[in-house]
Design a protein around this ligand. Structure first.
Ligand SMILES: Nc1ncnc2c1ncn2[C@@H]1O[C@H](COP(=O)(O)OP(=O)(O)OP(=O)(O)O)[C@@H](O)[C@H]1O
Ligand SMILES: [Mg+2]
Length: 349
């Protein structure tokens, strides 16, 4: 991920996590949008509660800031179970995982963020733990090493990943339920914003909420972040009232454009259009051109650019759509001729 936190980046930093804590929905009922995921998850949890057993393992897949951590906390709350939080990158040895697993209580929920970034030996240990609630702890090295089997309490694993495609099939298959989280619709983000404004005591008007929602790249975290910036502006310049024009003026200052694109998004589109004639161009080439990691471009910028109809992924590479050229105020290649023909009658006037 990029080092600097961008205003419309889905990722969060420490300070933001604190701000988010206050806004995190605490129950499935409070969780806005993602109807399908909510319905399915509600069933999984109700069934488990009915049987008086821990819920099946759950995989949450979706881009940054869409509510994976929030859902994991909700699952633990709904199951009235304790929650343990760790992440793939924190588990560098099988021993790290064994330590976590062996200290779980019966029914505990273990949340593993970025589960696709776990060390290989740990991953294999996790297969057995998930399926048989058992691990083999290897003691010693070389020919003298022995595996000591260790029974585990029944727990619920919640794995989160921004890149389900990177999960090895054996791991993916061991989750009883996979929730795919999509970008949110503007109407859903309006509800997220109305709720946050109420909790934060912000005077957010209907048209103000709509304006912020449209610029939030389909992501609740970004919506909440833009709301805080818009509040700053409204307090200083508009007596604290966030209307549509106030929100638009505020976000103009922060270089968030009418579609919610920020500098990285525009850099990607501009490179695609100006350096590569609109593509097709490979992801890594495009990433180098904008000075970012390929993963950042792929996970942070692209999903929304695709959703907004500005960029297309083809087997031969990324291409800019005519809408991308238009958004940058440029004519797509071949358009000159068409424009010329269309302006001809006007010239005669
Ligand atoms: N469905 C929702 N309804 C209301 N608020 C939401 C919803 N989803 C997310 N949020 C808000 O967005 C913030 C970010 O969500 P969360 O931390 O769960 O995202 P994430 O998917 O875990 O992101 P990351 O991939 O960066 O870990 C939360 O603090 C919460 O306030
Ligand atoms: Mg998270």
């Amino acid at each position: 991920m990029s080092d600097s936190l961008r205003l419309v980046d889905g990722a969060s930093d420490e300070e933001e996590r604190a701000a988010e804590l206050a806004l995190r929905p605490k129950s499935l009922d409070e969780f806005i949008g993602q109807e399908r995921v909510r319905d399915q998850l509600g069933l999984v949890l109700d069934a488990a509660k009915g049987r008086g057993r821990p819920a099946d393992h759950i995989l949450l897949s979706g881009g940054p800031g869409l509510g994976k951590t929030t859902l994991a906390m909700i699952v633990a709350a709904e199951m009235e179970a304790p929650l343990r939080i760790s992440s793939g990158p924190a588990i560098t040895h099988a021993g790290d995982l064994a330590a976590v697993l062996s200290s779980l209580a019966e029914g505990e929920v273990l949340f593993l963020d970025e589960v696709h970034r776990m060390a290989r030996p740990a991953e294999e240990m996790l297969y057995m733990a998930m399926e048989d609630f058992r691990v083999d702890v290897v003691v010693g090295k070389g020919p003298g090493a022995t595996a000591i089997p260790l029974d585990l309490p029944h727990f619920t694993l919640i794995g989160a990943t921004t890149r389900a495609g990177l999960l090895p099939a054996p791991l993916r298959d061991r989750f009883g339920f996979t929730a795919h989280m999509d970008l949110y619709e503007p109407a859903e983000l309006e509800r997220v914003l109305a709720r946050s404004a109420r909790l934060l005591g912000i005077d957010l008007r209907k048209d103000g909420g709509r304006e912020v929602a449209l610029r939030s790249r389909g992501t609740p975290r970004i919506a909440n972040r833009l709301l805080r910036r818009v509040r700053d502006f409204a307090e200083v310049r508009a007596k604290g009232v966030v209307t549509g024009p106030v929100a638009a003026a505020a976000l103009e200052i922060y270089e968030v454009d009418a579609l919610g694109l920020d500098r990285l998004d525009r850099a990607v589109l501009t490179a695609l259009v100006k350096l590569f004639g609109g593509g097709p161009v490979g992801l890594s080439t495009l990433a180098v051109a904008v000075g970012e990691e390929a993963e950042t471009v792929e996970v942070v910028a692209e999903p929304f650019l695709v959703r907004a109809g500005l960029l297309a992924r083809t087997p031969r590479g990324r291409i800019a759509t005519p809408a991308a050229w238009a958004h940058l105020g440029l004519a797509p290649p071949g358009a000159d001729r068409v424009t010329g023909a269309m302006t001809l009658p006007l010239d005669e006037d």
